[in-house]
Design a protein around this ligand. Structure first.
Ligand SMILES: [Zn+2]
Length: 255
């Protein structure tokens, strides 16, 4: 399994892209601004998008991505997997005929370029041998993280979450977790803001990671611009024995 990090920042600015992760060349997890760096040919190869939640830093690239590859998706609609709440938000606020066309009825209702496939937490979707498992997390809006399992290797991605009781037991039930991409959005000085907005800070993440029985390589993601080094230093200070890295746009993880 090849994991390409197209974007992993909690904001924008020169060189920064928001969350978007390409699995092999056909599965996209979240469609933040990072998806805009793919070539047209790469965009056309994507068949499935799995969204963690509706927030713009995870979905902002979706309308223009589908528009750009419209002719390809007219032959074979792109499938968007997401919670029913996430789909409802995108239908009401994004693909509503005002902010952007409703691609579920274009070029025709019978043969649209985009199909929404509602997903429930706990559900697994298999795409050519890769098993994508939605896992409930706790955020400001309904949200899931994902485990992607292929050929015995497992990638876990938290999406956006605060402290929770739902992610860790599911990860513990896997025989192994090889890589964990985990959000830590705010530094400890903004712990209250992190809690109120449904995010981890280094201390709350350090409290939760102790629930994990596996010892995967850990990459921190979704850090707010300008706070990356502080967050990374605080996590390393709290968890000096764990293999912790800063995720960066352009990283490629092979499992
Ligand atoms: Zn969010």
């Amino acid at each position: 399994m090849r994991v390409r990090i197209l974007g992993c920042s909690g904001g924008i600015g020169a060189g920064l892209r928001t969350t978007s992760i390409l699995i092999d060349d056909d599965i996209l997890i979240d469609a933040g601004t990072g998806v805009g760096d793919l070539t047209l040919d790469e965009l056309k190869r994507i068949h499935h998008v799995f969204l963690t939640h509706a927030h713009l830093d995870h979905t902002a690239g979706l309308p223009l991505f589908i528009d750009t590859a419209f002719s390809t998706f007219a032959d074979r609609p792109i499938e968007i997997h997401a919670l029913a709440d996430t789909i409802a938000a995108l239908e009401a606020h994004m693909f509503n005929g005002v902010m952007w066309p409703d691609f579920c009825v274009l070029p025709s209702r019978e043969h649209p370029v985009m199909r929404f496939l509602p997903l429930e937490a706990g559900e697994r979707v298999t795409v050519h041998g890769r098993h994508v498992h939605a896992i409930e997390v706790r955020h400001a809006v309904p949200a899931v993280g994902y485990c992607v399992q292929a050929e015995g290797k497992v990638l876990a991605f938290s999406g956006d979450t605060a402290r929770n009781q739902t992610l860790w037991p599911v990860l513990n039930a896997y025989p192994n977790i090889d890589a964990l991409l985990i959000e830590v959005s705010f530094p400890n000085a903004q712990a209250e803001l992190a809690r109120h907005s449904g995010h981890y800070c280094p201390q709350s993440f350090a409290d939760d990671i102790r629930k994990l029985r596996h010892k995967p390589e850990i990459w921190l993601t979704a850090m707010k611009p300008g706070e990356e080094q502080t967050i990374f230093d605080e996590v390393r200070a709290a968890l000096p024995r764990l293999p912790i890295h800063r995720l960066a746009r352009g990283d490629e993880i092979r499992l």
